[in-house]
Design a protein around this ligand. Structure first.
Ligand code: SF4
Ligand code: SF4
Length: 433
């Protein structure tokens, strides 16, 4: 049983956090020292610790030289709070570790063997399946991620589901994640290497790098009105299994609304062994009101249509995974200069923020008096002006907020909003009628 623990930290907060994690072990004598040469040598010399808990380096920090520690501490554990990765010095990595694992690692006389038996699911754990969902606010992306997790729980599995929100508004692209495993999951980071990617909104195909991070042979399921072969052409990948289901049309027919999420979850139950149909059906009935209610039954019916009509084509074994085009990189918050100074990066024009739009403004030039009010009030500088006159809208960056339409002094407005994808001519006629 150990008595002295030495925490070697890069950041004082790490020492504080680990100290708290170990505070329940009353008979441990916990010390901390910064991971710099002089303090390290002195601490090792005076304390002679049984266990060293070493702060795991961040991705941009150098690996520590452990050779100086080996002869002076019987056991060394490297631990990262941010990514919850715990490594025993012998080389066994527990990819997803938590407070209990750290306490056990400090306590155990043979941590490598014991930790290897801990039933935790982390990155690389056999049997864990990770999913990424792409869609827009209002399409039920997060609900879909949760429904799948809920069905897996009913099947007796472990599951987690969570979103990664960007701008919280209808129509803005958002991502959600689901993890399923047969053991408790202690990995809480966004999914980086997905087994399955689900696309709820086909208009995102040109703006979201869908196959980025999808494992070779992984499944890409899309809300797609045409065949999976067509989808494969558009995506340009032969290394992944591709599946298509016309979820918008099915949702419109069964639910009366173009909310494709339950159709896609039903299709997933057919294409994979992630959840059983009976568990999914029970989950849908509970999620959408009282069992037997019209809404619950309509959603079960939508999922069943997805289950029955989805089409898939296999991956080409050995085909190369497409390399995504380089993305502009912005400085992270850690790399920003102090004082909030942001270096000019020339990337501000690159993100196609117009992809967030659910509605678009359409300039009716014959009625415009060129007062420039829309130009003044547009928060995205998306109104195009030449020689003091409005000439159009920059749809690559217009986010569809509708401020221009509201501020236009011409009544009815000379720059009305129409639904994205709605035939413009037809809508313009309706407005001027
Ligand atoms: S809808 Fe909003 S973002 Fe688009 S042009 Fe009008 S004011 Fe600008
Ligand atoms: S606010 Fe209306 S009238 Fe004025 S420039 Fe814009 S579209 Fe034309």
């Amino acid at each position: 049983m150990c008595e002295r623990v030495l925490i070697l930290y890069r950041h004082p907060l790490f020492a504080e956090a680990v100290r708290r994690l170990l505070s329940v072990e009353a008979d441990l004598e916990v010390h901390a020292a910064p991971l710099v040469s002089v303090a390290l040598d002195e601490a090792l010399e005076t304390l002679r610790p049984e266990v060293v808990v070493l702060e795991r380096p961040g991705t941009e920090e150098p690996e520590p030289d452990l050779s100086r520690l080996v002869s002076r501490a019987p056991r060394i554990i490297s631990f990262g709070l941010a990514d919850n990765v715990l490594t025993c010095f012998e080389g066994t990595t527990i990819a997803s570790a938590g407070p209990d694992d750290l306490r056990r690692a400090v306590r155990l006389s043979a941590p490598t063997q014991e930790l290897a038996r801990l039933p935790v699911a982390g990155a690389g754990t056999a049997g864990m399946r990770e999913l990424r969902w792409h869609g827009r606010g209002g399409q039920g992306v997060v609900t879909a991620a949760k429904m799948l997790a809920g069905a897996a729980l009913r099947d007796g599995r472990c599951a987690q589901a969570f979103p990664e929100y960007g701008p919280e508004r209808r129509g803005a692209p958002l991502v959600a994640f689901t993890r399923l495993a047969d053991a408790p999951i202690r990995l809480f980071t966004p999914v980086e290497r997905a087994d399955v990617v689900v696309l709820l909104d086909p208009t995102l195909i040109s703006t979201v790098p869908l196959v980025d991070g999808l494992k070779p042979g992984g499944l890409l399921l899309a809300n797609w009105a045409s065949s999976p072969e067509d989808l494969r052409q558009v995506l340009g990948t032969r290394a992944h299994r591709i599946a298509a289901v016309d979820a918008t049309a099915i949702a419109q027919a069964t639910l009366g609304r173009a909310i494709p999420n339950t159709v896609l979850v039903g299709a997933l139950a057919r294409l994979t062994t992630l959840v059983s149909w009976s568990a999914l059906e029970a989950e849908l009935r509970e999620a959408f009101g009282a069992p037997g209610s019209a809404r619950a039954e309509a959603n079960v019916s939508a999922a069943r249509r997805g289950y029955e009509t989805v089409q898939a084509i296999a991956a080409d074994e050995g085909a190369a995974v497409p390399v995504p085009p380089p993305q502009p990189s912005l400085p992270g918050w850690r790399s920003l200069l102090s004082g909030g100074v942001i270096r000019p990066t020339k990337v501000e024009a690159a993100p196609q923020t117009g992809a967030w739009r659910a509605q678009r403004p359409v300039l009716q030039i014959e009625r415009c008096i060129h007062c420039l009010f829309c130009w003044v009030f547009c928060p995205d500088s998306a109104i195009l002006v030449q020689n003091g006159r409005i000439v159009g809208v920059d749809y690559d960056h217009c986010k569809g907020c509708g401020i221009c339409a509201r501020e236009c002094p011409v009544k009815p407005t000379a720059i009305p909003m129409v639904g994205e994808g709605e035939p413009v001519a037809q809508r313009s006629e309706a407005l001027s009628a």
